[in-house]
Write a protein that binds this ligand. Structure first.
Ligand SMILES: Nc1ncnc2c1ncn2[C@@H]1O[C@H](COP(=O)(O)OP(=O)(O)OP(=O)(O)O)[C@@H](O)[C@H]1O
Ligand SMILES: [Mg+2]
Length: 335
């Protein structure tokens, strides 16, 4: 598994806040990462750490009271670099990028499938919008995609409505739709969580196959460490709206630097037959980043917290060793 080192998506200092009655909820608070062409970057972290809001920010589908308040989301192509953060979220430019350049699959397929149109119509629509004007060709591509995601009898199923399909089938349809226009980046937000292990494995294989075929990059959000180990090149660990560690899969699994990452890995349940390695919560609750004070958000739960330091400032994300980044005072280089 290798990836070229040229950046496809560069997220820089992204901040997405929810302006709620109680104050400002800083769901994403200065997130930076790069997804290289053809690379799979994993994004992990406990529930509420800001993974989905990060993904939604890239797609520019954060809705009120959420707002992208700062940062750059640079999408590279041969000809140009577009800052998605600057686009009107309901304008034509982002709409021509969504579905074509960047596609997203969600944990819950009904988020992206319309209940009132047949699945064939929905996939065809996206193909007609982005790939071809020829209805017959669009029909052929649709059938081919349904076949490739493992839907038996595509010619018949193409006329089904989402509610007539099982959860696993809907998930496959959503993935077929996301991949039908050969996006350069797929954002997968726990796309297989609701599925049984066998179907999960099939879908992961399919994503890998299409990735190899179309040179697609993937941002993979999951709680499943087995999936990370199997599919990702690098991993970013999020906590309270910030990336606290980023490195190769090997770095993160075998040489975690941040106490949070170490605990997260330790808290995973033993492998039992047939069970996947889901991350369990570690001790203490994830605080909600509502008007968060300037401090390391983890210090209250951290066994290695330094009094008067970790509760006073936010540590910087530094490159501790080549390609291995950490945001923690234990690793602040002096001077
Ligand atoms: N529409 C919203 N209004 C207010 N707060 C929100 C909204 N959506 C998300 N949040 C808050 O933003 C923070 C980050 O949420 P997010 O959904 O990104 O977490 P996550 O890492 O994807 O968690 P999970 O693993 O459970 O999917 C949480 O504190 C959440 O409560
Ligand atoms: Mg989420």
């Amino acid at each position: 598994m290798s990836s070229t080192e040229s950046p496809l998506l560069e997220v820089q200092d992204l901040k997405t806040y929810f302006f709620v009655e109680e104050g400002i909820l800083k769901a994403v608070d200065g997130v930076s990462f790069t997804v290289n062409q053809n690379e799979t970057l994993g994004l992990i972290g406990e529930s509420g750490s800001g993974k989905s809001v990060t993904a939604a920010s890239v797609m520019r589908i954060v809705s009120s009271p959420g707002k992208l308040v700062e940062g750059q989301i640079l999408l590279h192509s041969d000809e140009e670099i577009i800052d998605l953060a600057q686009l009107n979220p309901s304008g034509s430019e982002i709409r021509s990028i969504r579905g074509k350049e960047i596609s997203m699959v969600f944990q819950e397929p009904m988020t992206s499938l319309s209940p009132v149109h047949t699945i064939g119509n929905q996939i065809r629509e996206s193909i007609l919008l982005h790939r071809t004007n020829d209805r017959e060709e669009a029909q052929e591509i649709t059938l081919d995609m349904l076949d490739r995601v493992g839907i038996a009898n595509p010619a018949q199923r193409i006329n089904a409505y989402p509610h007539q399909l099982s959860g696993g089938m809907r998930q496959r349809v959503m993935i077929a739709m996301a991949l039908s226009c050969h996006p350069r980046l797929l954002i997968a937000d726990e796309p297989t969580t609701a599925l049984d292990v066998t179907v999960q494995a099939q879908i992961l294989d399919l994503i890998k196959e299409l990735q190899a075929q179309f040179q697609m990059a993937v941002l993979y959000i999951t709680h499943d460490l087995g999936v990370i180990a199997e599919t990702c090149h690098r991993v970013a660990v999020m906590y309270l709206g910030r990336i606290v560690e980023l490195g190769s899969v090997r770095d993160i699994f075998y040489r975690p630097l941040h106490p949070y990452t170490a605990l997260l890995l330790k808290s995973r349940p033993r492998m039992t037959q047939g069970a996947s390695e889901r991350l369990e919560s570690i001790e203490g609750n994830v605080p909600v980043p509502l008007d968060p004070p300037l401090e390391c958000g983890f210090h209250g739960r951290c066994p290695e917290a330094i009094k008067g330091v970790c509760d006073m400032r936010v540590p910087e994300l530094i490159e501790w060793e080549e390609g291995h980044w950490v945001r923690c005072f234990l690793y602040e280089k002096s001077g």
